[in-house]
Design a protein around this ligand. Structure first.
Ligand code: AMP
Length: 189
């Protein structure tokens, strides 16, 4: 199974993806985590990405598609299945991902879109204490989400059922809802 988790910053994609990966035995691929590790290790990618991340903007599509292509190209992703968290974030990335999926023969794709209102997202992001969680960056990230990432949901909805999940409430309950949908037993599955 290949799962794509969509949703705005702060909605809980990381937390939910981790839980899903544990429960369903899927590989968890978070592009934000890959970038944060690169920043920490001061690799060339990290040095390039640091300022962009701190401003709340997006790292270039070319770099991100390369990272994801590499991450998906092993046998393990094929045999085990995976959950993509934080990618795609632009239409260009979504189109590139279609090609990668075709090339690698990934054809059991499930799309989950987690939702919450802006005031909830701002509160959560401001309480997280991450380096890219200052008020200015948070506002910018939400703006970038609306302009560049929200259209990705519409793009997928033309080809797949997109499962919209309310991201406000008890983490475990939300997670059970997502797992049900992924197993095909959810009301909207
Ligand atoms: P996240 O942990 O998913 O919130 O990602 C943190 C930051 O990493 C984002 O604000 C972007 O600057 C960068 N980033 C992560 N994933 C992507 C992506 N798919 N495309 C572009 N930039 C990304």
């Amino acid at each position: 199974m290949q799962v794509i988790i969509l949703g705005p910053p702060g909605v809980g994609k990381g937390t939910q993806s981790l839980l899903i990966s544990q429960k369903l035995g899927l590989i968890h691929l978070s592009t934000g985590e890959i970038l944060r590790s690169a920043v920490k290790a001061k690799t060339q990618l990290g040095l390039q990405a640091k300022e962009i991340m701190n401003s709340g903007k997006l790292v270039s599509d070319e770099i991100m598609v390369g990272i994801v292509r590499d991450a998906l190209s092993g046998n393990e992703t094929k045999n085990t299945g995976f959950i993509l968290d934080g990618f795609p974030r632009t239409l260009k990335q979504a189109i590139a991902l279609d090609k990668i999926f075709k090339e690698f023969g990934f054809n059991d794709v499930r799309i989950v879109n987690i939702i919450a209102d802006d005031d909830v997202l701002v509160k959560r992001l401001m309480g997280r204490g991450r380096q890219d969680d200052t008020l200015e960056t948070v506002n910018n990230r939400l703006k970038v989400y609306k302009e560049q990432t929200a259209p990705v949901r519409e793009y997928y909805s033309k080809e797949y059922p997109v499962h919209d999940i309310n991201g406000v409430g008890d983490i475990e309950k939300i997670n059970n809802g997502i797992v049900d949908v992924l197993k095909g037993t959810g009301a909207t599955a």
